[in-house]
Design a protein around this ligand. Structure first.
Ligand SMILES: [Mn+2]
Length: 432
């Protein structure tokens, strides 16, 4: 087999040399500016260097909408090619060393081979994702009317068994979490009994929970609508929290930014889950209308910042049970997925870094005095700070690119992959 095209460290170094000088100037200026507010820039750079957000295997293919999918050139055709793209993303941005797999889409024939393939490329595996929202070829029973909450115990058993299989594969490849999202719900009033459906779900989840290894975490993902449009079984953070509490210490709530009612105060939900010790993690994306799965911070960057303001507040205060797993969950329809994932990863780090610039003493003081304007101004000052020089310096020090998209485009990666990976019919990418 011919060697696969890769972006080399030398190439990244060459590209970096083009803008190193300008970066140093910007970094010097920001150093002085932050020092005026008592912030030592090196501490923030360190934070940016260790921050990580996982990428979803299904994000490197072109997504699609309910109407159509317009495949891009050089799309990955197997889990190995998906990992190649994920490795490329991490090589350039250096903050995405973990990949989240979706089973059965990414089911490996040999878990060992997959794990070695990933490790050779500096990757490891994040949470496993089960799939009981579609029927697979040869599947005995259908999930058309639900899976873990289905009225028929036989269907529920099949869905439980699938989740156990995901755990087993995950154990073999070094994953430490299972994320469960079900499409279960109803499209018509009266179609299901709300209470019975939730009881069925919980009964199924107890079986899955029992199989979750002691050092693993079980993430429950709620979603208000879609594919069911009248009701969903795990509809909101309240139901999610109830289930996580019912199940036990290994169960946590996962917040996907697109899975809420419009205009809901997501940062407050995040704060509540932190306070209750049940925040498991995130699926980052952005939306204008619903579960749009747009790129993180592409529509509401201030919302992402406010979410990280809560997260960093918990981090600096050392709250118990606070160990959120960060992941991107997007669908790319009109952009190159590798570029979108790189930009989104950088935006997530940006929000994290900016949240570290919040003057928390000043904020608390404003809150005590009832000075609403000063409180908002304190947040806005951090949000308005241009932290590009911190992000680029962190990437460069980690071996990545000062300008990841520029380097990626200049490398010709996509053109090379289009040659290596001739188009194939029937590739599907998911939106979850
Ligand atoms: Mn999600």
């Amino acid at each position: 087999m011919a060697a696969k095209f890769e972006i080399s460290d030398d190439f990244i170094g060459e590209r970096n040399r083009l803008s190193e000088e300008h970066l140093a100037e910007d970094f010097d200026y920001l150093t002085r500016r932050l020092r005026r507010g008592g912030i030592e820039i090196e501490k923030i750079v360190e934070k940016a260097q260790i921050f990580q957000v996982a990428v979803p295997s299904w994000g490197v293919g072109t997504g699609g909408t309910r109407f159509a999918r317009f495949p891009g050139p050089g799309e990955p055709r197997s889990v190995y090619e998906k990992l190649e793209d994920c490795a490329t993303i991490n090589k350039l941005v250096r903050s995405t060393p973990a990949v989240s797999l979706h089973i059965p889409w990414d089911k490996p024939e040999c878990p060992d081979t997959l794990m070695n393939f990933a490790a050779e490329r500096g990757l490891r595996f994040d949470a496993m994702n089960s799939n009981t929202f579609q029927d697979q070829v040869g599947q005995k029973l259908s999930y058309k009317f639900g899976s873990l909450s289905h009225a028929d115990k036989a269907v529920r058993d099949q869905a439980v068994a699938h989740n156990l299989e995901c755990i087993e594969i995950g154990r073999q490849i070094g994953s430490e979490a299972l994320t469960v999202w079900v499409g279960d719900g109803s499209n018509f009033a009266g179609q299901t009994n709300f209470r019975r459906a939730l009881e069925n779900y919980l009964e199924s989840m107890r079986e899955i929970y029992a199989a979750v290894p002691e050092d693993w975490r079980l993430f429950i993902e709620h979603k208000m609508f879609e594919p069911a449009f009248y009701s969903t079984v795990i509809s909101d953070w309240g139901t999610n929290y109830y289930c996580a509490r019912e199940l036990g210490d290994k169960a946590f709530c996962l917040v996907d930014l697109g899975h809420h009612a419009p205009n809901v105060n997501i940062e407050q939900i995040v704060s509540r889950l932190i306070q209750f010790g049940k925040l498991g993690g995130f699926h980052f994306n952005d939306s204008k209308y619903g579960d749009d799965d747009l790129d993180a911070a592409s529509v509401k960057p201030f919302q992402l910042f406010l979410i990280f303001n809560e997260l960093v507040d918990a981090e600096v205060n050392g709250l118990p049970n606070f160990r959120p797993a960060y992941m991107l969950d997007q669908s790319h329809n009109v952009t190159d997925p590798v570029e979108s994932l790189m930009v989104s990863a950088m935006e997530v780090v940006r929000a994290y870094v900016q949240a570290h610039l919040v003057d928390r003493e000043r904020l608390e003081d404003a809150q005590r005095r009832g000075d609403a304007l000063a409180a908002l101004t304190t947040l806005k000052e951090a949000f308005r700070t241009d932290v590009d020089a911190i992000l680029a310096t962190a990437r460069m020090r980690n071996g990545g690119a000062i300008d990841p998209v520029g380097a990626y485009r200049a490398s010709g990666y996509r053109t090379e992959k289009a040659k290596e990976r001739p188009a194939q019919v029937g590739i599907s990418a998911g939106i979850v």
